[in-house]
Design a protein. Structure first.
Ligand code: MV4
Length: 498
């Protein structure tokens, strides 16, 4: 059995630091790779060794497979952890690692490729008996448009056209009636072609007010697959998750068990190994449908770590070394409630435009049940080249209400100056009646927060939005002032709330 002695981390930011921490606990050496924008970034300073791999744009650094493999060979790393994003779901990269005798800490390239093709994934679910939204079995290219229109009419409008190579919402078109169908297929195809170099699209019934609930699964090389319960990720903005929590408010024990079983069947259908996530949409009648499988460790994995007490990166390393999963399903218990807020350098008062600059102040909250995974430190610049996430703020408490209170406290304690952040938006959401009573769905951000046209006002809680925008502008003026008087006022976060 190969034992991993040195891991190269093909990523940057908080996830690289997260991986380095587990490696250090196991006495595994670490190698960071970095672009010219990351010369002084925390992940580079924290790793045992570092290798410069190119210019700031990721296409010239973190996405260049050969440079990363060369860096692993040069430093004698025996494994590569891809993190999330970048090359983490690139089957060719996983394959290249194998060819070079480097352990790819993730699934086999074949599993990545199968789940990356959404029509292939639907076929696998059909065989595995996992429910998925009604629609065309294969890509539309195999059929003529009249035949496809017939299928769309049978499933019933609205329907959704999706890219076979897609995910994350790119190349998707909602079609409300047959008159728009052909035109939407054409535009979805051309977007799919330009985004993925693959114009194949397929059609699904459009589920109108779904919740996004995903199951964490883990598989070893010996055929054992377990699940680690769900995460509810319905608070999203333009396919970007903002708040995740576990457990989900809507699942009954019975439904949880059925979905977990479906998630395990989905993983087995592609011979999965390692950490993976099976995404489902759940409608208001609590029917669930397979959406896609993410063949990587996800951003929001700390939520699962908090409710299970497990170290998912540690388990990834165990499994990559060929060890049997050191736990059975019965050993995996859930305890309490966890919430994650993603803190982005984006301005919620200005359509979430990226807010770049120096973090002149970055003081993170702490206390029992509070975890902050940050990839950037005070005094550093938020690079414009990558995702503008500053940190993930996670809390754990015995129940949901306590977790919400703890998160609000932690958000208030968090001090950031120099850039505007999504902290006020997270607070707005946590204080929102629909979040508190758990009746939100994937349209929450758009419906409750994005005030664009005045006609939208009749649908929203005007008072809540106005008060949150006022709070945001307060925050805004603070974040741009760096006088000592101002920062002393800011550090008075513990004053009684109004
Ligand atoms: C859907 C859907 C409704 N019905 N599929 C969005 C990203 C991509 N992974 C799939 N997505 C969706 N697929 C059917 N048949 C609604 C979405 C969707 C969504 C899903 C999860 C979380 C947020 C979302 C926001 C908009 C649309």
């Amino acid at each position: 059995m190969p034992s991993i002695k040195k891991v190269l981390i093909a990523n940057r930011g908080e996830i690289s630091l997260r991986i380095i921490r587990t490696c250090r606990e196991r006495n595994i050496r670490t190698v960071a790779v970095y672009s010219s924008a990351d010369e002084t970034s925390p992940h580079v300073l924290a790793a045992d060794q570092s290798v410069h791999i190119g210019n700031a744009p990721s296409a010239e650094s973190y996405l260049v497979m050969e440079r990363i493999i060369d860096a692993a060979k040069k430093t004698g790393a025996d494994a590569i952890h891809p993190g999330y994003g970048f090359l983490s779901e690139n089957a060719q990269f996983a394959h290249l690692c194998g060819e070079e005798g480097i352990i790819f800490i993730g699934p086999e390239p074949g599993s990545i490729a199968m789940m990356g093709d959404k029509t292939r994934a639907r076929e696998l679910m059909a065989k595995a008996g996992v429910p998925y939204p009604p629609g065309t079995e294969s890509a539309l290219e195999d059929k003529d448009i009249e035949e496809v229109k017939k299928i769309a009419a049978e499933i019933g409008y609205p329907v959704l056209i999706k890219a076979a190579a897609g995910g994350g919402g790119k190349g998707m078109r909602i079609v409300y009636s047959e008159v728009d169908f052909e035109k939407s297929v054409k535009s979805a195809r051309s977007e799919a072609k330009s985004s993925f170099g693959d114009e194949r699209v397929f059609v699904e019934k459009y589920l109108e007010e779904p919740r996004h609930i995903e199951f964490q699964i883990f598989a070893d090389q010996h055929g054992k697959v377990v699940h680690m319960f769900e995460r509810e990720c319905s608070i999203q903005r333009r396919h970007q998750k903002v708040i995740e929590e576990a457990p989900s408010e809507v699942l009954t024990e019975d439904l949880r068990e059925k979905m977990a079983e479906a998630a395990i069947a989905a993983a087995k259908s592609c011979g999965y190994v390692g950490a993976g996530t099976v995404e489902f949409l759940v409608d208001k009648h609590l029917n669930f449908y397979f959406l896609e499988m993410n063949t990587r460790l996800q951003v929001e994995h700390p939520v699962t770590e908090m409710i299970t007490g497990l170290d998912l990166v540690g388990l990834q390393i165990d499994v990559a070394e060929g060890k049997k999963l050191p736990l059975c399903q019965e050993d995996i218990r859930r305890n309490g409630h966890a919430i994650e807020c993603r803190v982005y350098a984006e301005d919620p008062a200005n359509q979430f435009l990226p807010s770049t600059g120096y973090l002149s102040r970055h003081r993170i909250p702490s206390g029992p049940g509070v975890r902050v995974d940050a990839g950037i430190e005070e005094g550093q610049e938020v690079p414009v080249y990558y995702d503008p996430m500053i940190s993930k703020l996670c809390v754990h408490a015995s129940g949901r209400n306590k977790a919400i209170s703890k998160m609000i406290r932690a958000l208030e304690e968090y001090e950031i100056s120099g850039v505007r952040t999504t902290i006020p938006f997270c607070k707005f959401t946590l204080e929102h009646e629909k979040f508190r009573n758990g009746t939100y769905d994937t349209h929450f951000v758009k419906d409750q927060f994005m005030v664009k046209k005045s006609s939208d006002f009749k649908h929203i809680n005007v008072a809540a939005v106005v008060s949150s925008l006022l709070k945001m502008s307060e925050n805004h003026s603070e974040s741009h002032s760096e006088s000592s008087a101002d920062s002393s006022r800011k550090s008075n976060w513990w004053r009684k709330r109004k």
